[in-house]
Write a protein that binds this ligand. Sequence first.
Ligand SMILES: NC(=O)c1ccc[n+]([C@@H]2O[C@H](COP(=O)([O-])OP(=O)(O)OC[C@H]3O[C@@H](n4cnc5c(N)ncnc54)[C@H](O)[C@@H]3O)[C@@H](O)[C@H]2O)c1
Ligand SMILES: O=C(O)C(=O)C[C@]1(C(=O)O)C=C[C@@H](O)C=C1
Length: 315
Amino acid sequence: MTAPSESFAPRRDEPLFGRLAIIGIGLIGSSIAHAAKELNLAGRIVLSDRDEAVRTRARELDLGHEIADTAAEAARDADHVILCVPVGACGAVAAEIAASLKPGAILSDVGSVKNAVVEAVLPHVPEGVHLVPAHPVAGTENSGPDAGFPSLFLNRWCILTPPEGTDAGAIARTRHFWEGMGALVEVMTAQHHDLVLAITSHLPHLIAYNIVGTAEDLEAVTQSEVIKFSAGGFRDFTRIAASDPTMWRDVFLHNKEAVLEMLGRFSEDLSILTRAIRFGDGETLHKHFTRTRAIRRGIIALGQEKPETEKLRKP
Ligand SMILES: NC(=O)c1ccc[n+]([C@@H]2O[C@H](COP(=O)([O-])OP(=O)(O)OC[C@H]3O[C@@H](n4cnc5c(N)ncnc54)[C@H](O)[C@@H]3O)[C@@H](O)[C@H]2O)c1
Ligand SMILES: O=C(O)C(=O)C[C@]1(C(=O)O)C=C[C@@H](O)C=C1
């Protein structure tokens, strides 16, 4: 492998896959297309989207090597097919492309929920095709074909959740593909993934959607001072609450049990803090805030986040 200085990760001399099909040309699909082309991860990259305007824009952006009009056309003879559509659409797309999948192909996805995707897709996977679901834990609040960028997955986790008995070679090739884009790969069950992501990703989004909605409702009472004087903390919530409504509707509808479990725990812990404020229990508040501060510092120490001050110095 060679490492041209201008590239964010090493470019491969030989592609990992002959033909890569990406179905759904939004933030994640277009980011994969950028990275896979730049890093020579596939000989031919074919994309498709059900929205004609998105396909037109993808052609203008020169994403991949070809934009197909249908998902089935894109998937035909592909070695690796990645569904980059909202979680609730994965089953229908799998059904649409099933007859085009060639034996030995890897069928994957990037959904933020894994168990429901496996349940919806697995019945459509033809004999000899390997299902290796993936979830890159990387994103932004933006969506659509213009939102993607090649380094999105660099130093970010990508979680693979292959069903029991999945071909080890197919898992290894999927791992190499994500590692090729700079991601760190971990394998776990779909159930475990959904429980972990419910607290680390899904609940934070629900909280952001809720707090920003509450603040909006208060605008009338405070004569528009809520948004005008929004401080750093609230602004961070507004970024998250600007995330794609369709994507997040599907996440909550398809990870219902794990999210409700985490929401229950969250509400219990919130009651403890509420009580401490009501009764002037400073010790409980101080102890709690000290514990959570250590978690943030731990994340920074692991190198997964920069301190805010450093972000200000080096934007
Ligand atoms: N946005 C993130 O931060 C993020 C991060 C990791 C994983 N994901 C997951 O990646 C997937 C895609 O998310 P995104 O942010 O790229 O969304 P996006 O809204 O940017 O793009 C989704 C695209 O899928 C297309 N689409 C929808 N239904 C389709 C269908 N039936 N057939 C073909 N195309 C269809 C839409 O037209 C759209 O262009 C979701 O499952 C999401 O859970 C998102
Ligand atoms: O940074 C953001 O904007 C994100 O919310 C990305 C984020 C996350 O929760 O970390 C959102 C959903 C995905 O499934 C993975 C990543």
